[in-house]
Unconditional design. Structure first.
Length: 476
């Protein structure tokens, strides 16, 4: 079976968050199930570097611009790149300029990606055929709508990585999308008087997946569905919650080149050298007390405002913090201010740094994830694999992947982290107290670490679930 996977980012070529990790890992996850995945990405400068050879297709007018299709390679799997310089040849990130302002023509940039994807999936390109188009998040979600209105015989899947990001635009763009007039309807692309990219995809796709079973249930509620809960409910029979896996080729403490000391569950003592490296990198006092880490977008979703409010308490309890992240300016300032108040106890790096994120997982003692909502979350899975104990809010994928260290779970030896209910200062401080107390009991702490390291969050089961879903669609 051949799947065309369409997304706005994919590790290792272009990444701003977990979406890239998942899109990057899916091809290898599906290979054992006789599925060949070809990934289609926009031709940002970083992605064009992975292409070779001459264009295999040209569009003279792809939603108002010229474009070419190039071939490439992503971690040994086939890659297609939409080279449209007017849309993608820019400095800055995939969605925003260097100052963080969204590109004003994002609707056109991602509608063009989706249009091209639908064309490719409908065999417009010589010698390329696909059985399924798999669109990730709003940036790719118009693709199933293009297929639907062209009555193309290709099946489609939309995966919702985060329903908070919906791709909502002014009604005025509709005429430029190249969709027939009937697409402007309540069961088409119209959404609260404007155009909804994700909404259109959820209407048109043959199947919908999201990245954990709990989030699949949560998005039926207004609090999590963010306006799309009604639509999700009407399609409930086609909604599947499949938890993300992690790519062991990228995330394994035994082989990680970013770690000064590599280790396994049997050689946990070696982590100490990594902890020293974390102290040096983040300007922390040397010591035996726990180091908590944060590796995150600094946003309201991630509960970072609540965490910033608890930092004096964490230090008073004897904890230290090494934070790597970027995001809302006010939150960045709050963490930098905390680092100034507590030199040697709180170290903050504003920015994005892949190797440092690995060092933190391999050297810090616990990773804090107080998310208000979390479709899946990957950093808790990396934490588990690295013996960096996750302290998480009980929501979405965090609820599905961490077993709380309550008395019963500790006694049974099944606990893998700490969970708390409700993202408030009180509940987070309580969780931090539990963390400090557990850490003070080395035997229990190591049991927790080892249990987490033994948990299986490779793609095995989830790859099989995606494969079964695809097969079901083809046979339907
Ligand atoms: P989300 O996609 O919502 O941001 P996830 O937990 O699914 O959250 O994935 C986040 C990914 O981005 C992980 O791979 C994490 O290690 C990485 N990440 C987040 N912030 C940074 C940062 N500042 N530097 C390096 N990696 C980061
Ligand atoms: C989104 C979600 C995150 C999830 C990731 C990959 O960015 O916020 O929870 O892990 O997508 O699916």
């Amino acid at each position: 079976m051949r799947v065309l996977s369409v997304a706005s980012e994919a590790y290792p070529l272009i990444k701003t968050g977990g979406l890239a990790d998942v899109v990057g890992a899916l091809p290898a996850a599906l290979t054992p199930h006789a599925i060949t995945t070809t990934t289609l990405l926009p031709g940002y400068p970083a992605v064009l570097k992975a292409t070779t050879g001459r264009p295999i297709h040209k569009w003279r007018d792809l939603l108002g611009t010229e474009a070419r299709l190039l071939r490439g390679d992503i971690a040994g799997h086939p890659l297609l790149v939409l080279d449209a310089p007017t849309l993608y040849a820019r400095d800055g990130g995939p969605y925003a300029d260097a100052t963080g302002q969204d590109w004003p023509d994002n609707w056109r940039r991602f509608a063009a990606l989706a249009y091209a994807a639908a064309d490719i999936a409908s065999s417009a390109v010589k010698n390329l055929t696909f059985d399924i188009l798999h669109a990730h998040d709003w940036q790719a979600a118009l693709a199933p709508a293009y297929l639907r209105y062209a009555a193309a015989p290709v099946k489609s899947v939309v995966t919702v990585h985060n329903i908070a990001f919906q791709g909502r635009f002014d009604a005025a763009i509709f005429d430029e999308l190249g969709l027939p007039p009937e697409a402007w309807s309540i069961d088409g692309v119209e959404y609260y008087g404007g155009v909804g990219f994700l909404k259109a995809g959820l209407e048109a796709a043959d199947a919908i997946t999201t990245v954990s079973p709990t989030y699949a249930r949560e998005i039926l509620q207004p609090e999590f569905g963010m306006g799309l809960e009604g639509l999700i409910a009407t399609r409930a029979a086609e909604v599947h919650g499949i938890v993300n896996g992690i790519d062991p080729a990228v995330w394994s403490p035994e082989h990680d080149p970013a770690l000064p000391a590599r280790y396994t569950a049997r050689t946990l003592a070696r982590r100490a050298a990594n902890k020293r490296a974390v102290e040096r990198t983040f300007g922390l006092d040397a010591g035996n007390g726990p180091i908590a880490t944060v590796i995150s977008r600094l946003t309201w979703q991630k509960g970072m405002d609540v965490l910033a409010d608890c930092l004096d308490d964490l230090v008073a309890m004897g904890g230290r913090l090494a934070l790597l992240g970027s995001g809302d300016a006010a939150l960045e300032q709050a963490f930098l201010a905390a680092a100034e108040r507590h030199p040697g106890r709180i170290g903050v790096r504003i920015g994005y740094d892949e190797p440092v994120s690995h060092l933190l997982q391999g050297g810090a003692d616990a990773i804090l994830i107080p998310s208000r909502f979390e479709p899946c979350g990957l950093t808790q899975l990396y934490g588990l694999a690295y013996g960096c104990v996750p302290v998480v809010a009980r929501t979405g994928g965090l609820a599905d992947t961490i077993i709380d260290a309550n008395a019963a779970a500790l006694a049974a030896g099944v606990a893998t982290g700490i969970q708390f209910d409700g993202v408030t200062r009180e509940s987070l401080i309580h969780a931090l107290r539990r963390l400090i107390a557990l850490y003070a009991d080395p035997l229990r702490w190591q049991t927790l670490q080892r249990r987490g390291m033994g948990a299986d969050f490779s793609w095995g089961t989830s790859g099989a679930a995606y494969a079964a879903l695809c097969r079901g669609l083809i046979e339907a």
